[in-house]
Ligand binder design. Structure first.
Ligand SMILES: *[C@@H]1O[C@H](CO)[C@@H](O)[C@H](O)[C@H]1NC(C)=O
Ligand SMILES: *[C@@H]1O[C@H](CO)[C@@H](O)[C@H](O)[C@H]1NC(C)=O
Length: 234
């Protein structure tokens, strides 16, 4: 009401000269009616603005929720992708460990030491009947062997690739004592190349019991079949 009154006073001041005629009850009543309807319009616009405000707020919340969902989806997508990437090499995994399930006492020179108890043979490239590993793909491989002897004996072995000695292990045990030796070979193999541990000296004595002192292990470090020209032929 103060607002309306103020307006009225202003109107009367502006037209002060003719106020006597203008400011009749009729005119004032008309003006009050107009102001009332304007006030109503302002009120309804305010309500509309309030409604729009809450609508905007609702849309903002919806959008935030949607963005959150999308972020979650895309991070799930991301983790699915990296999961797939991690899964890929498993298909090409070549890895084995075998141990000696028996003592080796009278092995001839250049005979395979047959590590006959298989712990791991992913890719089935190791043959526990012959003690030979055959490379299923061209690549870089890692092999390792440990040989155990005791009581004034010796054991002398070599890791062979296609019948060629690459590295050897020499172990001598003093009287009344045990001893073991190890050797590792990192080698590039072509598909079909074979690897085995062989005996060197005829008098070798490799001691074995349930402790599994003797082992032969190998795994594919890097598959190179993509750049292997011999694969193109087959
Ligand atoms: C998930 O990844 C696929 C293939 O890369 C893509 O087409 C899709 O748009 C992604 N989805 C999301 C929610 O990021
Ligand atoms: C040598 O190994 C055998 C078999 O495990 C064990 O019984 C023996 O005590 C060991 N000897 C020494 C001196 O460690």
């Amino acid at each position: 009401m103060d607002f309306k009154f103020g307006l009225l006073v202003m109107l009367c001041m502006v037209s002060a000269s003719s106020c006597d005629q203008l400011c009749s009850d009729e005119v004032i009543g008309e003006l009050i009616n107009r102001l009332d309807s304007q006030q109503q319009q302002i009120n309804s616009q305010r309500t509309e603005i309030d409604n729009q405000k809450s609508e905007i707020q609702m849309l903002k919340e919806k959008l935030a929720l949607k963005e959150k969902k999308e972020n979650k989806l895309s991070s799930e997508n991301q983790s699915t992708k990296s999961f797939n990437v991690r899964q890929l090499p498993i298909e090409g995994t070549i890895a084995f460990t075998a141990v000696l399930n028996h003592e080796v006492t009278k092995l001839g020179v250049n005979q395979n030491i047959v590590f006959d108890l298989v712990h791991t043979n992913v890719g089935n490239a190791y043959n526990p009947h012959h003690g030979t590993f055959v490379a299923p793909v061209t690549g870089v491989y890692v092999f390792h062997t440990t040989i155990f002897t005791r009581l004034n004996h010796l054991a002398w072995c070599k890791i062979m690739v296609n019948g060629v000695q690459k590295v050897s292990v020499y172990v001598q045990a003093p009287a009344g004592l045990n001893n073991s030796g190890s050797q590792m070979l990192v080698v590039r193999l072509n598909k079909g190349d074979d690897v085995a541990v062989q005996n060197i000296a005829a008098a070798d004595y490799i001691y074995s019991d349930g402790n599994n002192y003797n082992s032969f292990s190998g795994f594919l470090l890097q598959d190179l079949s993509e750049i292997d020209s011999t694969n193109v032929v087959g």
